[in-house]
Design a protein. Structure first.
Length: 446
């Protein structure tokens, strides 16, 4: 069946799926530990500003390109700029998503394994050493490969059912559950003794703690938080009906992402402060610090299971969009079966992900420019390909795509004044590309 003939069944389904694509490792794992390392409330406030001024305009742009063309990523640029090299923006997105998924699925496998261990209460024990536990899991080849395989298998099954019956239906269940679990955790965290100290750290802006590095972190996080840069949202919006407002939908996605980031902070920091731990624990916050926190709570096993399950849900909904851009590229002409392409794509990603999965065991000594395969792939995707893709999309929407079509898609099904369109276009012409270049230079130098 031709992927282009499918559509989202409703605006809600599209918004939940787009929010699911955006809400993943970045919102629930990276955001809290970067916030903890960058001074708390002031960082959160700056992140919100950058998300609304830079991330949101980029998200609207990808929506406009996708629905304006009615095609998946590669075909969209080919249709909107025929006989040019702009199709390489879409190809870069497919390549970037493939590489990203190859190591993202490894981390997804870790979360899957942790979730499975937490349900029967195997994670929290009196003698548990959480740093050693995490190290033993990621350094075990069989466990990491099993986690990678199972995580990708879930993706393949969901995508093989298509847009409405696969991705949309999964997100309609997973996203509400994610919010419900989060709210339960926030309520529990806020009732701990000493929790308000963590709330003040997270929500009270103290700009004395802000450094130029923290501002650049917030700027970079605003790009990554909304899943823009690799044309995933171009593909998602290509399935969207004409009676849906793109700026309105994008705003809902951005606000949901900010809300989830806030919930993550309110679930984590009060608990961390309550038990006298450091908020600036870095990437180990999820797998090492939080099990320590939950182990000291009444019913800690239950709450740790809930947190890991919601994190698994968020990781899955993001990975759906990464695999979909690959699957849609190979089903665009309608000559290949979606199920066959989903299975084949999942298998190829699994093979490509093996070196990253073994980066902490059999291939630990194999280095690329001083980095493991996992870290080198992460660096290539996050620090080079993603900023380049974001910059090219910002240039395409302003300087190449037909201006009348852009304006029509922006204003369609909405009651927005022309001034709002002009403000968005000004942001895309000046603020967004300058912001991307600043982030790119900082990432390369770092």
């Amino acid at each position: 069946m031709d992927g282009r003939k499918e559509q989202w069944s409703s605006k809600l389904g599209f918004i939940l799926s787009s929010a699911g694509a955006a809400i993943g490792l970045g919102a629930i794992w990276k955001f809290p530990y970067v916030t903890g390392m960058s001074g708390g409330g002031a960082f959160f406030l700056i992140f919100i500003a950058f998300t609304l001024l830079i991330g949101l305009p980029m998200l609207i742009s990808e929506f406009i390109i996708g629905r304006g063309a009615g095609k998946e990523a590669i075909s969209a640029y080919q249709k909107l700029a025929p006989n040019t090299n702009w199709a390489w923006v879409g190809r870069l997105g497919v390549i970037g998503c493939f590489l990203l998924l190859s190591f993202y699925s490894v981390a997804g496998g870790w979360v899957l394994i942790y979730s499975a261990l937490s349900v029967p209460g195997m994670l929290i024990t009196d003698a548990a050493n959480y740093p050693d536990l995490f190290g033993s899991i990621i350094s075990n080849p069989m466990i990491t490969l099993l986690g990678l395989a199972l995580f990708l298998l879930i993706n393949v099954i969901v995508l093989s059912f298509g847009i409405q019956n696969g991705i949309e239906k999964a997100n309609k269940y997973l996203m509400p559950l994610l919010f419900i679990f989060f709210i339960i955790l926030v309520v529990r965290s806020l009732t701990l003794e000493g929790a308000m100290e963590g709330v003040r750290f997270f929500l009270t802006p103290n700009f004395e703690n802000i450094t130029s590095e923290a501002i650049l972190y917030a700027l970079g996080q605003s790009f990554f938080a909304l899943a823009v840069g690799f044309s995933c949202m171009v593909t998602y919006s290509s399935y969207l009906d004409q009676n849906v407002s793109l700026p309105s939908s994008a705003s809902w996605v951005a606000l949901m992402n900010i809300f989830v980031s806030m919930l993550a902070g309110l679930a984590i920091f009060p608990a961390v402060f309550s038990f006298g731990l450091e908020p600036a624990e870095g990437p180990g916050l999820l797998f090492i610090v939080l099990p320590t926190v939950f182990s000291q709570m009444p019913f800690g096993e239950l709450f740790l299971s809930l947190f890991l399950l919601l994190f698994l849900f968020a990781t899955l909904t993001s990975s759906f969009s990464l695999l979909e851009i690959i699957v849609s590229a190979f089903t665009a002409k309608g000559t290949r079966s979606r199920k066959a392409v989903s299975l084949t794509s999942g298998l190829i990603v699994f093979i490509a992900g093996i070196p990253a999965a073994l980066s902490f065991s059999a291939l630990a000594d194999f280095q690329i420019f001083g980095k493991t395969v996992f870290d080198a792939t992460d660096y290539l995707v996050s620090n080079i390909l993603l900023p380049i893709g974001s910059l090219l999309i910002s240039l395409f929407i302003v300087h190449k795509m037909d201006k009348e079509l852009v304006k029509q898609e922006f204003l369609l099904a909405g009651s927005f004044p022309n001034a709002l369109y002009s403000a968005w276009r000004w942001l895309m012409k000046w603020v967004v590309p300058i912001g991307i270049i600043i982030v790119f230079i900082n990432l390369i130098r770092g």
